[in-house]
Design a binder for this molecule. Structure first.
Ligand code: ZN
Length: 258
């Protein structure tokens, strides 16, 4: 298994839930072939720890976004300013950004304003975008099309219609699939319908693990990889290699060199 090199394209290793054992969480994942991690640092939670981790570990990369459910009419302009201020060459992507119609509320028009601004900024800086779209998959996709995002877009943990996802592949849109696939009929149908060259592996750790009530860890992306390999009728290594190539193209990073 020495040759395996998977990329966890979306995780939150800066979450306080990893404060006590980050070293072993990372080494366990790397021993199992998950060699690289993209942390989606979020302005509303503070990005200092993510920056620290990326400077400490060469295989940790960063993207910059905000939790959509945090964006309101009162704070969105300030968040846009912070976003422009903080977006340096340390970030290889924009996100997560998007829309959330989940239980935490938030204000959807303000979310949309921030989202559109982030898409425009990403296009002008030629950075891929990681999109969060809870309960708003189709809505998020139509905004992406309206803004004519000229960069690759990754729909993370997409929970929308499978037919909209299949259509999105034609628009340079990719899908990262979390380990919660083993308890989600929708994700399984998604993987069944999408081509392997439009998929990526994500843990979203500490969330979206195989067990809803347990802390998720990046090594669990192997669970996703196994499901995808089986669905696509290819070997595990083959599936992982293809998804790593997808990640390298999207982020323009030679992940497996480290
Ligand atoms: Zn996330």
């Amino acid at each position: 298994m020495e040759t395996l090199c998977a990329v966890d394209v979306h995780c939150h290793l800066d979450d306080p839930l990893f404060d006590n054992d980050i070293e072993s969480v990372i080494s366990d994942a790397r021993n199992k072939g998950i060699k690289n991690f993209v942390i989606s640092a979020m302005l509303d939670l503070g990005i200092e720890r993510a920056l620290m981790l990326a400077s400490k570990y060469p295989w940790i990369y960063l993207s910059l976004g905000v939790q959509p459910q945090y964006v309101t009419d009162n704070n969105w302009k300030d968040l846009v300013n912070q976003f422009h201020e903080k977006l340096s060459s340390k970030f290889i992507a924009v996100g997560e950004v998007g829309l959330d119609r989940g239980r935490e509320g938030g204000e959807i028009t303000a979310q949309e304003k921030f989202f559109r601004e982030a898409l425009r900024t990403a296009s002008s800086k030629k950075l891929p975008v990681v999109v969060h779209s809870r309960g708003a998959g189709r809505n998020a996709l139509s905004i992406i099309y309206e803004e004519k995002a000229s960069v690759p877009v990754i729909m993370h943990a997409y929970d929308g219609r499978v037919s909209s996802a299949v259509d999105a592949v034609k628009h340079n849109v990719f899908f990262s699939i979390p380990p919660s696939i083993i308890r989600s009929e929708q994700k399984l149908r998604l993987v069944h319908a999408l081509p392997l060259n439009s998929m990526l592996l994500e843990s979203d750790a500490p969330a979206l693990g195989p067990n809803a009530n347990e802390r998720n860890v990046p090594s669990n992306v192997l669970i996703t990889a196994n499901v995808i390999a089986k669905e696509k009728r290819v070997g595990l290594e083959n599936a992982i290699n293809t998804m790593t190539e997808n990640a390298q193209k999207i982020f323009n990073v030679n992940f497996c060199s480290k």
